[in-house]
Design a protein around this ligand. Structure first.
Ligand code: NAD
Length: 486
């Protein structure tokens, strides 16, 4: 079984405690790799290396143009290794290979975009009200960044943090999820191949309390950028607040996909399906609540089921597979529990509702791989737990609404606010809804579009701060004002 060491100071390093843990392939349920079980000593080594790179190493004295050029080089290396990186993540995460390849072909764009921005970060001179003084501002890197990522999209979500952080001149210590560490380690090695000085990008693998927590608390970490569940995010944010550290929190969602009776229904059916079943429902932006206007409710659900029924579960490496396994055993159990909760609350599973089976898969807690049938619940009331809580699986809750006001009340009536979509041909309605929906992203007649240049983040319990877009660099900068007595 391959063994994957920590990546610290440009080198593979065994963990200080000599411990390793295994990581499983969600399709077969079998162990496929060993990963270093880091602890506070490894965190300290990585943070010290990142801090030295930030303050004394060549990274600190390099021009922004040179830093940007290194980022362009790493983009090329990621593009070169796209297929291999995609295959690693499929093994760890169970995401479809075709989807991963698409992601890997797009990820280099983040490094190109932010690499290009690196030397466009400028301060300003101030039109002072005090004669005899001259003052200007400098935008400096905030410091060492702790990037803590979840298991559902390890490479993409690490990229959203690393690329703007490096453009700002920061150095990074990444703590990937214990369920999906391997692709992030492979990515980190490419920074060294591209010629980044040692210590600029480090990875410490292991568990939340053993690696994540000491990383958040390390005195030389200036900023914690976290993506994951809102429970962990709250815990980390409180911990970081006590130590006066900067934070960014990208948390969960319960996003509404709202279909009005004047929509292009064929498009809306595909939007609803890709909204919830892509990546087996394990995306923060999953359109897990489908709000359908009363007048078209039954016909729309029929059309949706006609397509959803044909979804093929299977090996994520097989190009014919449309829905892969759930990524982790605890998540598998959680999704099955929500299927029971939905039934107990009085919703009707008009599709699925049970553990799934895919031909050719082995092990797993159900003896059949970690598959859940794509599930559609109808008769869902807005206050039910399946309409309020993040399931993070292939489970769609269909809710009826009467009119715009009703749709808004239901859509905004959850504690999350990550994304929302509106399907309508009425431009006025599209604008009214996009103004009033409580969400960081609103899509009109589409779902799931993201780009390196489009700001992304949540309102309410979905998080704090924004990733992507030009402003994301600001999240990794602090302003210094310099006064001169002339
Ligand atoms: P999680 O909160 O369980 O874990 C996320 C990371 O935090 C992991 O690396 C984990 O090891 C680490 N961690 C756990 N305890 C910690 C602690 N005490 N201190 C420091 N680190 C700790 O989340 P998950 O189950 O891996 O991911 C799924 C969640 O992520 C979902 O809620 C999903 O919505 C959310 N998510 C959000 C976005 C977004 O951009 N808003 C994107 C993807 C996923």
């Amino acid at each position: 079984m391959p063994r994957h060491a920590l990546r610290i100071h440009g080198q593979d390093r065994p963990p200080a405690g000599g411990q390793w843990f295994t990581t499983q392939n969600p399709f077969t349920g079998e162990d496929w790799a060993e990963v270093a079980r880091g602890d506070a000593r490894d965190v300290d080594a990585a943070v010290q290396s990142a801090h030295a790179a930030l303050t004394t190493g060549p990274w600190a004295t390099m021009s922004a143009t040179q830093r940007g050029a290194l980022m362009l080089r790493v983009a090329d290396l990621i593009a070169r290794d796209a297929a291999a990186l995609a295959a690693l993540e499929v093994r760890d995460n169970g995401k479809l290979y075709a989807e991963m390849l698409g992601q890997l072909n797009y990820i280099p764009q983040w490094f190109r975009y932010y690499g290009g921005l690196a030397d466009k970060i400028q301060g300003s001179t101030l039109p002072l009200d005090k004669p005899g003084y001259f003052a200007f501002t400098r935008h400096e890197p905030v410091g060492v960044v702790a990037a803590i990522t979840p298991w559902n999209s390890p490479l993409l979500l690490a990229t959203w943090k690393i690329a703007p952080a490096l453009a700002a001149g920061c150095t990074v210590v990444i703590k990937p999820s214990e369920f999906t560490s391997v692709s992030t380690l492979a990515l980190a090695a490419l920074f060294d191949e591209a010629g980044f000085p040692p210590g600029v990008v480090n990875v410490v693998t292991g568990f939340g309390p053993e690696v994540g927590s000491p990383l958040v608390e390390h005195p030389l970490v200036a900023k914690v950028s976290f993506t994951g569940s809102d429970a962990t995010g709250r815990h980390i944010n409180a911990q970081a607040a006590r130590l006066l550290k900067h934070t960014a929190m990208e948390l969960g969602g319960k996003s509404p996909n709202i279909v009005f009776d004047d929509a292009d229904l064929e498009q809306a059916v595909f939007g609803a399906i890709s909204g919830i079943f892509a990546a087996t429902g394990q995306t923060c932006i999953a359109g897990s609540r489908l709000l359908v206007q009363d007048s078209i409710h039954d016909a729309f659900v029929e059309r949706l089921l006609a397509v959803a029924r044909t979804a093929r579960l299977g090996d994520p490496m097989d190009p014919g597979t449309q829905v892969g396994p759930v990524t982790t055993p605890p998540q598998y159990r959680k999704v099955l529990e929500y299927l029971d909760i939905g039934r107990a609350e009085g919703a009707t599973a008009v599709l699925g509702g049970e553990a799934g089976h895919a031909p050719g898969c082995g092990g797993g807690p159900a003896g059949q791989g970690w598959f859940v049938q794509p599930t559609v619940f109808t008769g869902v009331q807005p206050e039910m737990r399946i309409a309020q809580e993040e399931v993070f699986g292939p489970v769609l809750s269909v809710i009826r609404f009467k009119d715009e006001a009703d749709a808004l009340r239901i859509a905004n009536g959850v504690r999350f606010g990550l994304a929302a979509a509106v399907w309508t041909r009425d431009i006025g309605r599209a604008i009214r809804m996009s103004e009033r929906l409580q969400a960081g992203t609103v899509w009109v007649n589409t779902y799931r579009a993201v780009s390196f240049m489009a700001p992304f983040g949540g309102v309410k319990d979905s998080g704090l701060g924004r990733e992507n877009g030009q402003d994301a660099v600001r999240e990794y900068l602090q302003t210094k004002t310099v006064w001169l007595n002339t």
